[in-house]
Design a protein around this ligand. Sequence first.
Ligand SMILES: [Zn+2]
Ligand SMILES: [Zn+2]
Length: 275
Amino acid sequence: MQHNLFSSDKFSFFSLGSGSCGNCYYLGNSHYGMLIDAGLGPRIIKKRLGDHGIDFSSIYALLVTHDHYDHIKSAGYLSEKLNIPVYATEKVHRGIRNCPLVKNTINGATKRIIEKGESFQIEDFRITAFDVPHDSSDNAGYFFEFGNHKLTLATDIGAITDDVAYYAGKANHLVIESNYDEEMLLNGRYPYFLKQRISNGTGHLSNRQTAEFLANNCSPHLRNIWLCHLSGDNNSPDLAYETVKNELVGKGIEVGVNINLGVFRRNVLSSKIEF
Ligand SMILES: [Zn+2]
Ligand SMILES: [Zn+2]
């Protein structure tokens, strides 16, 4: 009967930081949870988890999206020092191993290799990784099923593919990238090659792309949207929020009535969202 006890449990989700300054998210119930990405230092992760009453000892897993440093900074530490299992595709594991900036290694006992499209279970959470186009070794979005909830997290998305749309369409709770404002990027101080890298289909999603996707694909069972991985140079929380909100309103979707819309800030612990 333990399963039913946990299934009726309260679930919580929050961001410990989001963007090129470091990405880390928490999803759990009142007994245990997991981190998605570990792009902040161990001390900051510990402090921010603690601010929401969570100890490292209740972290049962780290799921890694991809091997860019802003997502893997503490992956080796969590494995080697804390013995936390690290879930990633084989290519991402290889990328982490080859990243000279990542201190510590992921030891054999904690290395968990996942395949996209093949669901796996961490206690009461059923998880499916899916393909996300990005200029890393590989990139996975994650689809979580727990209790009566379905949460999809997709970050660092070069383009909305059928896979991304499919898993976003199944979600009640959706975390999706809204990286940059197109005009700010175009007129900003970044060199041409970097502007290209960001916007060429294997970089990041703009506010407009995310807004149009959401407005055109908003399913009736989607309750919460959080925009993540905002650029510090080419975006602002207000701009991302307003762009997406206006597009949704244009389709008759009232933010705060039909759907909740939030923005995860860079290097700031978000409030604890409970459902
Ligand atoms: Zn990133
Ligand atoms: Zn990335």
